[in-house]
Design a protein around this ligand. Sequence first.
Ligand SMILES: [Zn+2]
Length: 151
Amino acid sequence: MSKGFVNQENTHSRPDGAYGEVIRKIAKDGVCPFCREHLTEYHKHPLDERKFWWITDNMWPYKPSLQHKLVIHKEHVSHVNELSNDAWVELLEIQKELSAKLNIVGGTLVMRFGETHFTGASVSHLHTNLVQSDPEDPSYDPKKGLVTRIG
Ligand SMILES: [Zn+2]
């Protein structure tokens, strides 16, 4: 079982080693990279702020993808049972808005929650990944699609 804010064992799906290095540093620092006081230290893309969520581009997008947005809950929670109904409603509104704004005609929405040992999440702080794969990328394998761990 993992303890702490990040799970170093769940960085293996990334094609480059730089992400693993960042997660190791975060684990060493002993901080949550998605909590308000550390988010801009580890996350360099602009943030769009709503009442319950931040919206941003993933610093480490799944590959190959055309779009990879993160929607991060502003308060540190890790399980879906900790979300208020109002936060769920706002999350739905954000996902619909992003899909329309980015013209995502086909995409994938991933939300891992709870104990990262079971989910593959590298950061336990609750967030969603909105991903549009890139089937035209030379590295895209149509038999596998975009591959990431979801369990
Ligand atoms: Zn956090």
